[in-house]
Design a protein around this ligand. Structure first.
Ligand SMILES: C[S@@+](CC[C@H](N)C(=O)[O-])C[C@H]1O[C@@H](n2cnc3c(N)ncnc32)[C@H](O)[C@@H]1O
Length: 266
């Protein structure tokens, strides 16, 4: 069930995944790309044509290929961390909804779970119900996070003292009905937040994908009670026409498992 990536193969990102300089120059390093137009082929639908054209013209897709990143999503975490700088050598990270592995690559590199020494050697534990190809420095669990045994299994892999950072980019496949899609993603976010409050050490960080459009109130209330700072972030790599948004909660107030403050308590 658990695979551990330990080899040296598989890029964890070249120059493209390093810390930013503070200036946001985008994945192309500021160069303009020529736009590719896709001719309509009889076998392709208009929407798949549009998808193909968007992929071909997306600088983050090009950058992920160039940098050996598993996903364009990797750049979202990279940009968020370039700004807020919470991934540091030696920290312990849990990555929920990790496939195909882009966020885990960035996390492994920044907490130095492969090449760190002593206290500067971090840990990355990743879970997805889809398979993730082995990644150096990442312990991979192939399991549904909402399954009863998932949290116990994750905890059994985590080092003593829990985690410093819980990341969740989990998203259930969309059904095209926006209200249903929204409810499903928020249910995952709420479960991820409860897990974070259970395993995080004091001072810990929780970063989670949500969607704009209501039903977030309860999640935000719980986070505000348990973390000193809660903010919404929309990195440049997150498409502006998407309702996707991230919640970044920092400085976990702590508390033992079981006495996490729920919205409305106190
Ligand atoms: C947007 S993708 C994550 C991309 C990833 N952050 C990366 O950079 O490669 C969302 C992932 O959430 C996973 N997911 C959704 N629901 C899940 C669940 N209940 N348990 C585990 N993984 C789940 C999906 O299988 C999918 O791989």
């Amino acid at each position: 069930m658990t695979q551990k990536g330990s080899g040296k193969s598989g890029a964890t990102g070249g120059s493209g995944s390093g810390r930013g300089t503070g200036k946001s120059i985008g994945p192309t390093g500021g160069q303009r790309q020529l736009r590719v137009r896709v001719k309509t082929a009889s076998k392709r639908t208009t929407s798949s044509n549009r998808w193909l054209e968007r992929q071909l013209n997306d600088p983050y897709v090009a950058a992920s290929k160039r940098d050996g990143m598993r996903s364009r999503a990797a750049y979202k975490l990279r940009e968020i961390d370039d700004k807020y700088r919470f991934l540091k050598p030696g920290l312990r990270v849990v990555d929920l909804g990790a496939a195909p592995g882009g966020w885990s690559q960035i996390a492994a590199e920044r907490v130095r779970s492969l090449d760190g020494k002593g206290a500067a050697k971090g840990q990355v534990v990743a879970i997805d119900y889809l398979g993730v190809e082995p990644l150096p420095g990442v312990e991979i669990v192939m399991m549904d996070f909402t399954a009863n045994e998932a949290e116990t299994h994750l905890k059994s892999l985590m080092r003593k003292g829990g985690a410093d950072i819980v990341l969740s980019d989990m998203a259930a496949p969309t059904v095209g009905h926006s209200r249903t899609d929204h409810i499903r993603i928020m249910a995952l976010a709420e479960q991820a937040a409860a897990f974070a409050c259970d395993v995080l050490a004091p001072g810990g960080v929780f970063l989670c994908k949500v969607f704009q459009g209501g039903a977030e109130r309860e999640l935000l209330d719980v986070l505000k009670k348990n973390f000193a700072t809660v903010r919404h972030v929309k990195p440049p790599a997150s498409r502006s026409d998407s309702a996707e948004l991230y919640v970044l909660a920092t400085d976990f107030r702590g508390g033992k498992a079981g006495d996490v403050v729920a919205a409305g308590d106190e």
